[in-house]
Design a protein around this ligand. Sequence first.
Ligand code: BEZ
Length: 385
Amino acid sequence: MKHVFTGTVLASALLLCAGTASATVKIGFMLPYSGTYAKLGEAIENGFKLYVKEQGGKLAGQDLEYFQVDDESNPAKATDNANRLIQRDKVDILVGTVHSGVAVALAKAADDSDTTLIIPNAGADVITGPLCSKNVFRSSFSNSQPGIAMGMVAAKKGYKTAVTITWNYAAGKESTSGFAQSFEKGGGKVLKNLTLPFPNVEFQPLLTEIASIKPDVVYTFFAGGGAVKFVKDYYAAGLRKTIPLVGAGFLTDGTLQAQGEAAQGLLTTLHYADNLNTPRDNAFRADYTKTYPKIEPDVYAVQGYDAAQILAAGMNAVKGDVSKKAEMRAAMSGATIDSPRGTFKLSKAGNPIQDFYLREVKGDKNVSIGIAVKDLADPARGCKL
Ligand code: BEZ
């Protein structure tokens, strides 16, 4: 667990001593800084801080003070970790997290304490479904979305049978059921859903099972370190030659350097791609690589960047006075976000309504080869706002 005071905080503390009041807004990052999702957490924080830097280091004229908790992608510790930020550090705004199971506990803690929460990744469908709330926003996606997009693509390609393989927790289950929903609507049939516990990476027995079932296609959700290993193991098993592998775009985002040859040609669906070549995305990518040398921006960096943009929309509306919660949240909810992925608005449940790209891995890039689904909103089933 880290607690970081920035140079700007030090500066504002000095101003206070000099008698000039200048409150800081406390931002609590609850993210994975260790484990299979560690790189995702780092990219999210990088993206968030990049947007703040581009605004001159402040939002709505306010200095920000950052607090961090490593949630280790561990749902069992999630409520205690959330309360470290809410009760101990007394943060004004929560930004987190990556893992869906951790995010559900975080959203409940945010709701109980009336703290504004921006989720910069975790796609748990329930958060924009029955647990939806006026104080919870997502800058990312809901888990079923990339699966729905890929199910449509696979059915259109004429595949008739599929096997899905993923970790046995909300993100994997909702991603693969999104795939099944649209694949079967398009005339396909999912023969088997294979799972293993998060974050295990002993894929071999499951790969043997896939080889014996011989489906037309395999759909998968893995991310971070687990995605690197899965793509390499699938390739090493020789399965790429006989059974095409497709996935939610997390399979190849932020992972290509480590996956190398094994990832070439893979098709995935996601709300971001590396070659959008719009002035907005080009500017973001250039500033990201200038600010964080040797790190390529990925979808997680974009989601962190857009989390800061959503917050900025709210803070600007209340001139930096984050105690005006209702007014600030109304502005966040109605904002149009000029994202590197393309402009989007939030649904009533607080989830981006956005395009899903069909991407192909070429070299070290996830190259968009078209839009799989336009303006996809999540179903927000059970959300009563
Ligand atoms: C999730 O747990 O919601 C998740 C984790 C990594 C990538 C995408 C989704």
